[in-house]
Design a protein around this ligand. Structure first.
Ligand code: 13P
Length: 256
């Protein structure tokens, strides 16, 4: 039985004060929910520590939006996995579409980050998803296959226990155009069958596959109700407790 994971990617948003305020509102609003679903937030790097302080003692988890795979050293502007670990982060987001398409991250770089994260004991949330022109050209499954094979190259079946996949169709991110529940389910089912053929049925059954892309309180229940949707990776609607708490609640209802 896969446990739902409701996660919030704050991207390059919030101030120190609003980040702490949001985290505190989640602690009080989601206390009961975390008995039944996992809640994981990804604040901007400078606010990781104050947000961790704000959620201390609660079950809300805090992860890094990105990290570089190399050991600490001369990599100006980057954050090392060791640094995330040093401040107590246990999860890291890798391969988000904005990293791929704004910052030019390749499957090879993403794979280095995935492997380094696993070696250090992180839960790695690997994002995959097609562009609108790829979907229109019926390339969705081929793109997902390429991103899965590239991102997970050299990752063992045992290590897959620490991987979460997030399906985020790029055309649905920040656009208000959510994938329909059928489109999400079809992509998720494809990803799960990829896991069966490249690993085994047990890995496929155990791996959580989140949906991301314009998830809101009004569509969360239907998306989370799909058999192969095991959670959500929420952007815009994770920036206000009043928007994010009902999505967590939809996860609780789907789990129950
Ligand atoms: P939106 O929910 O704002 O579409 O963003 C989704 C996303 O990119 C989460 O990582």
């Amino acid at each position: 039985m896969r446990r739902y994971l409701i996660s919030g990617n704050w991207k390059m948003n919030t101030t120190r004060a609003t980040a702490v305020e949001l985290a505190k509102a989640l602690v009080s609003g989601a206390a009961a929910a975390t008995d039944q679903v996992d809640v994981l937030i990804f604040p901007p790097a400078p606010y990781l520590i104050p947000v961790q302080d704000a959620v201390a003692g609660s079950a809300i988890q805090v992860g890094g939006q990105n990290a570089y795979f190399a050991a600490p050293g001369a990599f100006t502007g980057e954050v090392a996995l060791d640094m995330l670990q040093d401040i107590g982060c246990e999860s890291v987001l890798v391969g988000h579409s904005e990293r791929r398409h704004v910052f030019g991250e390749t499957d090879e770089l993403i794979n280095q980050k995935v492997k380094a994260g696993l070696e250090k004991g992180f839960q790695v949330v690997l994002c995959v998803g097609e562009l609108i022109e790829e979907r229109q050209a019926q390339q969705t499954e081929a793109v997902l296959d390429r991103q899965m094979a590239g991102g997970l190259a050299g990752v063992s079946a045992e290590q897959m226990a620490s991987i979460v996949i997030a399906y985020e169709p790029v055309w649905a991110i920040g656009t208000g155009h959510t994938a329909s529940p059928e489109q999400a389910e079809s992509a998720h089912a494809h990803l799960r069958s990829w896991l069966t053929s490249h690993y085994n049925a047990q890995v496929a059954e155990a791996t959580r596959i989140l949906y991301g892309g314009s998830v809101k309180a009004s569509n969360a229940a239907e998306l989370l109700g799909q058999p192969n949707v095991d959670g959500a990776l929420v952007g815009g609607a994770s920036l206000k407790a009043a928007d994010f708490l009902p999505i967590i609640e939809a996860g609780v209802n789907a789990a129950g």
